[in-house]
Write a protein that binds this ligand. Structure first.
Ligand code: N01
Length: 531
């Protein structure tokens, strides 16, 4: 097996493959392991899922020996953790760094994949597992003159490994998604001036991070089994428990108290443990949004700036909401300015800065916090060619088609856990479920003497239709990058599994019960047949 990508999913896939007795190697484009947590090393990058719920759960010893310092760990600690896992399970000798896959071509006669990296290295694998992630291709908007800008320029998702010196610099940050709102408050005090270029404000609520106390560390170790059980079975892969009532069941004063409780709750509790109607009912959502707006107005002293920071075009959770620490407070600092791109759009980059309708501002550093080509970006850049010369780019020209978000018809022995049609929740939990399924499927094939496996097109059609039907009912709107709408020219298709984790679980159970009926198992150089 060749695994591509040494992020959370790829590392786990490599471990599971070796444990199951496969010969396995992993190629990674970066010069270190960690995937998202290697590339996104910008100041302020951190988890917004609780550290121990995002970490691996396959080894109790690992869980017990690694003590997270904070409820929501920062990027350096996460990168250290992933390096620890790689060494702890003796995976490093199977990993080749600096190997960006540029071509992967299926050979029907042998049932294998020929894989070539950008540096010319080649290998052949029977099974190719692209653990290339969903947020791994940074997006730079096509701003005229971008290449002619002469200052320092960084994308949050491609951050250099040597620290960027922000001291005494005039800095621009473009974009106010989860990455932008993390970096902005962290660099504001270091820089001479910070100008934030915001197109769409987000509903930002506090992350409420805290150190993990020694008592809490001890409790986590004792509770490992119950934590694991909850995380393995919960709908979105979190420990947060759903609320037992709708907002309409509480009188107005009690609602305000509950909103305050939500405001002070950690991270995603604000989605999962909120009133049952807040994500579904427009009025309930609007009342929660009014509560957040009042918080913003109370913090941001300049009323004009406060209004610009309050979303007017989308509900809470219509886009993936970011969680923040000291974000709104940043705009009260005298060296920080907000440029509303709806009022004054960017016209072009100059050699020294950014020109909008209000004129040019000069910068030493421009930070692009402008997001990613979500879901399909990395897979479509891997030069994947399946059976009969069909490219993945051709097959997915109108959007991804998958079964369980792990395989696509016409591309035998290729799997992509953690790719399009994957998680809608705490990613490592969902992606781990997919890795387990892929590994178990390959063990099943091996045990029955098969060496090719390919999903039946009918099963793929059913799964993809289920995703499209569910997308219409999703909390996320078409304004969200989950529909691919942030990338010009990308097909507007829902890129998560709209059936969620329960649908993944129930379909996997059906697959196993039916003896892998939705897959065609075969022997290379022999006609494929249904199992
Ligand atoms: O990217 P985004 P991100 N001119 O796409 C703006 C995860 N994550 O890197 O909204 C000007 O959310 C764009 O504006 P608009 C998390 O899943 C997690 O911030 O399109 N601006 C938007 O403001 C997250 O959702 C953590 O109008 C332009 C921003 O760029 C995902 O990564 C931390 C523009 C892009 O926001 C992506 O977050 C960080 C243009 N032409 C990230 N084009 C955790 O806490 C785009 N923008 C775990």
């Amino acid at each position: 097996m060749l695994v591509v990508g040494a992020g959370i999913t790829g590392i786990y896939q490599l471990h599971r493959a070796l444990e199951a007795g496969f010969t396995a190697a992993l190629w990674e484009a970066g010069e270190g392991v960690g995937g998202t947590w290697y590339w996104n090393r910008y100041p302020g990058a951190r988890f917004d899922s609780e550290s121990y719920t995002y970490a691996y759960l396959f080894s109790r010893e690992l869980f017990e020996e690694w003590q997270w310092s904070e409820l929501f760990a920062g990027q350096p600690e996460i990168e250290r953790y992933l390096n620890h896992v790689v060494d702890r399970f003796d995976l490093r000798r199977h990993i080749r760094l600096g190997a960006r896959v540029g071509s992967a071509v299926y050979d029907e006669a042998s049932g294998t994949w020929s894989v070539t990296a950008a540096d010319g290295a080649t290998t052949t694998a029977r099974f190719l597992v692209a653990a290339t992630g969903v947020l791994s291709v940074p997006y730079f908007p096509d701003v005229p003159g971008r290449d002619g800008y002469g200052g320092e320029s960084y994308h949050t998702g491609l951050w250099p490994s040597s620290p960027v010196d922000f001291r005494n610099k005039r800095v621009a940050v473009i974009g106010t998604g989860s990455s932008g709102v993390q970096i902005i408050p962290v660099i504001a005090d270091e820089v001479t001036s910070l100008t934030v270029y915001q197109r769409t404000p987000n509903w930002c609520t506090p992350l409420n991070n805290a150190p993990i106390t020694p008592e809490e560390q001890a409790r986590l170790r004792t509770d490992f089994e119950s934590i694991k059980q909850t995380l393995d079975s919960s709908m979105a892969g979190f420990l947060h428990q759903p609320c037992d009532r709708a907002s309409t069941e509480d009188p107005p004063e009690a609602r305000q108290r509950f909103f305050e409780k939500m405001w002070n709750s950690p991270g995603f509790a604000k989605l999962i443990s909120h009133y049952t109607d807040v994500m579904l009912d427009e009025e309930a959502n609007a009342e929660w949004c009014s509560f957040i707006s009042a918080k913003v107005r109370a913090v941001v002293q300049d009323p004009c700036t406060a209004e610009k920071l309050i979303p007017k075009d989308h509900r809470f959770a219509e886009k993936r909401p970011p969680f923040v620490a000291g974000y709104y407070e940043t705009y009260d600092k005298p060296n920080v300015a907000l440029v509303d791109l709806h009022e004054t759009p960017i016209l072009r980059m100059t050699e020294t800065g950014i020109e909008t309708a209000e004129g040019e501002r000069q910068f030493d550093i421009v930070v692009w916090a402008t997001g990613f080509d979500f879901g399909t970006g990395a897979l479509l850049r891997m030069g994947v060619v399946g059976r009969s010369g069909l490219t993945l780019a051709q097959y997915w020209a109108d959007g991804p088609k998958t079964f369980l978000g792990v395989q696509t018809a016409g591309f035998p022995n290729l799997f992509f856990p953690g790719g399009p049609h994957a998680a809608a929740g705490n990613n490592p939990r969902y992606n781990g479920d997919q890795v387990d399924f892929v590994t178990d499927t390959l063990v099943h094939a091996r045990d029955h003497g098969y060496d090719t496996i390919e999903v039946d097109p009918a099963a793929e059609r059913r799964w993809t239709a289920m995703i499209d039907r569910g997308a219409a009912k999703s909390t996320f709107g078409e304004i969200s990058y989950y529909f691919g709408t942030n990338i010009p020219g990308k097909p507007k298709k829902y890129l998560l599994n709209s059936g969620g984790r329960p649908k993944l679980f129930s379909t996997i159970a059906e697959v196993v019960d039916s003896d892998y009926e939705p897959f065609r198992l075969g022997r290379a150089a022999s006609p494929s047949r249904s199992a």
